[in-house]
Design a protein around this ligand. Structure first.
Ligand SMILES: [Zn+2]
Length: 156
């Protein structure tokens, strides 16, 4: 359920103009809760789940509900301020570093980190120079790709 009663319009802090502009352009109001979620997401490298965002943001905004956090994350994704990372196993994670990049994923903890290599927009062509055209002939239009490296941290 969406907790609209808990959302008041309030001045956003830190990066306020960018946040407000992007939210309002996508038809969302800039609320204190959405600013709090955005600021937290930008402050961490860990690509947190909605639950983790909730537990962290609640320390600063004790009245925020999990439903409000979900709605804030939806607003940020819809406004292209954050990306939602979904995988087959485990809950979605959120990433406000939304320039194109790759991830590596720990199968033990579920944590997702940015991979420190430059993004290559032509990687698909390198795998198979005909694949995009071949898919197009099947009426499938390629708009992008994701690459995730996964494994375990080896214990010492
Ligand atoms: Zn990332």
């Amino acid at each position: 359920m969406i907790d609209l009663a808990n959302e008041q319009t309030a001045p956003c802090f830190s990066g306020a103009d960018r946040l407000r502009g992007a939210l309002e352009q996508a038809g969302w109001r800039c609320t204190r809760q959405r600013a709090g979620v955005f600021n937290y997401l930008c402050s961490v490298e860990s690509h947190p789940t909605a639950e983790e965002v909730y537990l962290a943001v609640r320390r600063r905004l004790p009245k925020i509900s999990l439903a409000t956090v979900y709605k804030a994350l939806e607003a940020l994704v819809d406004s292209h301020l954050a990306d939602k990372l979904t995988s087959g196993d485990g809950p979605a994670r959120y990433d406000c570093h939304n320039d194109a990049h790759y991830h590596f994923h720990c199968l033990d903890s579920g944590d997702v980190h940015d991979l420190p290599v430059p993004y290559d927009p032509h990687l698909i062509d390198k795998l198979d120079p005909d694949i995009v055209e071949s898919l197009r002939r099947q009426n499938f239009h390629v708009t992008g790709y994701r690459l995730e490296v996964f494994g375990h941290f080896k214990s010492k």
